[in-house]
Each structure stands twice: as C-alpha cells, then as structure tokens.
Design a protein around this ligand. Sequence first.
Ligand SMILES: O=C[C@H](O)[C@H](O)COP(=O)(O)O
Ligand SMILES: C=C(OP(=O)(O)O)C(=O)O
Length: 391
Amino acid sequence: MNLHEPLLLPSSGAKLALPLDETAQQNVRWGRDAVRNLLTQPRSDGRLLVVIGPCSIHDPDAALDYASRLVEATKQHHRELLIVMRVYVEKPRSTVGWKGLIHDPDYAQTLGHSDPDLNKGVLISRQIMLDIAKKGLPVATELLNPLLVHFFQDIVSVGVVGARTTESQTHREMSSDMPMPMGFKNGMDGGLQVAIDAMTASSRPHTVVGVDDEGRLAYHLSHGNPDTFVILRGGSNGPNFGPEQVQQAAQELVRAGKKPAIVVDCSHGNSMKDYRNQGSVAACLANQIAAGGPIMGVMLESNINEGRQDVPNKGAEAGLKYGVSITDGCVGWHETELILDCLAAAVRERQARSAVVESIPDTIAAEALEDEKHLVGVPASNITFACPVRC
Ligand SMILES: O=C[C@H](O)[C@H](O)COP(=O)(O)O
Ligand SMILES: C=C(OP(=O)(O)O)C(=O)O
C-alpha cells in the first residue's frame, strides 16, 4: 500500500457489507426518540440521560464486553437512567497522537511501523457500532470528520461535536443535517456561547457538502436540526459543573431562546484530566439532580478497568492490558456501578419531588417551579446527597 497516492474508501460498500438489520434499526430509532423526548418533555419522562463508556474504542472484544455490562446496568436502572454508550472511534487531538480506531485500527501510524488502514478502520468501527445497537444500547459518538460521518450516521442515536470543533461552521452544517439529537461541548476556554451559537446555527437549513452513496462529492440543503443540547466539560479556566455554573448556563440558554438542555461531562476540563476526580464530580451532580437542578444528562469516561496505558512500542499483540483506555484515563467498572447507583438514587429523589409538583394545581405548580426554593427549601449547594462514591 502506498499512502502517498490517494486510496478509495468503501463508500456504499461499507453499508452494503454491514447493513443495519431490522432489530438494529428499531433500536436506533428508539434511542433517538427517547433522547428527543427528554429534550422536549423532560418532566414527563423524568429520567437522566447518561452518556457513558470508554474515552475511545480500540478493542472490539472489550467494547462488546463493556456493552454487555451496560445492558445489565440499563435493566437495573431503566426507570431512572437513559443509558447511551460512548462508542468513540475518532479522537480529536490537541497536537498529535492516535486518532482513533477508524483512522488507525492497528496503531500503525502511531508506532511508525506501517501505513494506517482506514478501510479496515471504517469496517471495524461500523461492525462494533452495529453489534452494540443490536444489543439494544443506543450509541453516542463524536462526529469529527464530516466526510467519515457517512459511514455510521445511520447507527448513531446521539451525536456530539467536541470542544475543539464546536465553533466550526462545517460541523454546524453537518449537525443541521444529522438525523439524531446532537450535543455541543463548550469551547476549550470554557466559553458556553460557542455551543449556544452552534445550537442556533445547526437549527437552520444549510447547504451541506459531503459524499453521496456512490462516494461522489455532492451537496444538498439540510432541514436544520431542532434537537440539540449543550455539554459543559470545563475548560482552561477551570471546571463548570458547580450548581451556580449550571444554573448560569441554564439562564444563558433561556436568554438565547433555547430550552435549558444541559448535559454535564464529569471528565475532561471538569475532572482536570484526572479520571479519579470523575466520581466526585458525579456526586456533586447527583446533589444538584436530587435538589431539582436543571441537569438533563451526565457524561462519563468509563471502561472495564481503570486508568490508561500507552500502546506498547511493539504493537498491540505485545501486551496491551485488557479493557484499559489508550487515550484519556477512565473509571473502572466497579466505580462505574457505584456512580450509576448514585445517579439513579438522585433521580428517584427528583422524581419524588416532581410528583409533589404534579399533585398540586397547575397555577401553583407553575409558580413553584419558577423558583426551586419553593420546592426544596434550601439552595441546591447546601444539600448533601448520600452518595456511595467520594463526595
Ligand atoms: O478525550 C480525549 C482527549 O481529551 C482528546 O482526544 C484530546 O487529547 P490530547 O490532548 O491528549 O490530544
Ligand atoms: C474529546 C472529547 O471531549 P472534548 O471535546 O470535551 O475534549 C471526548 O469526549 O472524547
């Protein structure tokens, strides 16, 4: 293979070789509708969106093992949590590094041993997403390269635009054309306005340039995507998961004429890039949720085993540890279960609280909802929610 000459990608071939069967199609539709329902009627659903999984996928067996565990967690917490698995196959890098399974499934470029095999990456990534969707787990992924999106957009239930690309017009055009709800991370400096601007831009129709099913360069007019939300991930100015910051974000969204649809990332800038802080961030969010705070969802970087590892120089066969991230550090499965228990308990509190609101006449409930102190009595930051993880 000579990668200095252009090579063709499988284009429609990937979808023909790995089609979305009826079961997977139904599951994808179910996931999208469930998230849309949370966006449009958060009170009637009452659950918390939990976007959880490895920082990046590199080993298909471990990804499916993780997905099976998450299916069990979904059965356990289905009344409180809408669990969506992070199946991230592309990674945005600050400078350079492994760019994900789709770009380099054999770590060839990372290790400098041979040329990366993008064709193989596309097929493996699509297969993993399909297998996970067939299990009934909705798939979330970062949509990083707008030309590669074509290979898996039919399987994804939640799309994410990352902190490094939220401000990009191309990514906003792409989002306006996506058939699933899309989350926009705040900027790398912590600024929320770029994410709010991204919601506005992608809600409108745009000319979108991409590839058609035959792989030809093409364009069409998108419809605009009304199903969008922001993701608070912290930034260079520090974390932004605290109750005052979340309330402020909700106010900024409402001022911009949007629903206060907020997902909070426990990792990245909010964990100050140390996975061991994710449990405490989640506990703080559980406190806010129990107190009725405006949090629609939570994101977590979690894997089978905790921490991270570098790809050994000799390649994967030469001793990658099973179920351990090769990008950002993740919490392990045991801590993941504790965090999910904690979040589910917080949601039960919130559901009980909103049952109180529903039990009083609408006129009073509307006033009461405007000021959560009517319901809670004390500010969210003063409530200590009993959480099994470090609080
Ligand atoms: O989520 C993963 C990383 O935070 C992201 O890819 C950036 O990583 P880097 O700063 O190590 O390149
Ligand atoms: C890269 C990611 O996040 P961010 O864009 O917030 O850095 C991620 O979630 O994997």
